[in-house]
Design a protein around this ligand. Structure first.
Ligand code: ADP
Ligand code: MG
Length: 158
């Protein structure tokens, strides 16, 4: 289990960007955390890492899944407006979770026990000082800590 703290949305995106560079096709990532925690910001960072225009990444307004094409395909699922468990079945999520791209699911706790089927679970908490705490469980992402720091330092210097 790894925890990282993010001071601002840019750092949150840098974590997503770094993760995207190393995640493999077919990997699935579940995001949990209250409204405004930073789940969508994080997905924008993943998009950036896959050379997808992050401005295009918005919560799906129609349906629950958006699909983007970059270095790899990105399936962005948002279960916020999920109405019933039956709806999960009709979504055909398995095709995305084990599909030909990277699948990121906001409000993954709405999958219930199926959350454990995902390769990585990231919980985002809003801290009292408004920073965000990321807790990672699942596949080993210890490399993130060092690589995110390096990335942020490089951006400060150039
Ligand atoms: N460290 C941070 N990481 C991510 N977002 C942050 C952070 N600090 C403040 N914010 C703000 O919190 C909001 C997060 O929104 P969003 O990503 O849509 O949340 P969610 O998808 O979890 O509901 C944005 O308005 C963003 O500017
Ligand atoms: Mg969101």
């Amino acid at each position: 289990m790894l925890t990282l703290t993010s001071n601002n949305p840019e750092e949150t995106k840098a974590i997503g960007e770094t993760l995207a560079k190393s995640v493999r096709t077919g990997h699935s990532i579940g995001l949990t955390g209250e409204l405004g925690a930073g789940k969508t910001q994080f997905v924008k960072g993943i998009a950036r890492g896959l050379e997808i225009d992050e401005d295009e990444v918005v919560s799906p307004s129609f349906g629950l899944i958006n699909e983007y094409e970059g270095d790899k395909k990105l399936y962005h699922v948002d279960l916020y407006r999920l109405e019933s468990n039956e709806e999960i079945e009709t979504l055909g999520l398995a095709d995305y979770i084990w599909g030909d791209g990277i699948c990121v699911i906001e409000w993954a706790d709405r999958l219930g026990k199926d959350l454990s089927l995902l390769d990585l679970h990231i919980h985002i908490e809003i801290l009292p000082d408004n920073r965000r705490r990321f807790t990672f469980s699942g596949i080993d992402v210890k490399f993130l800590e060092k690589e995110v720091k390096t990335l942020l330092k490089e951006r400060l210097w150039h």
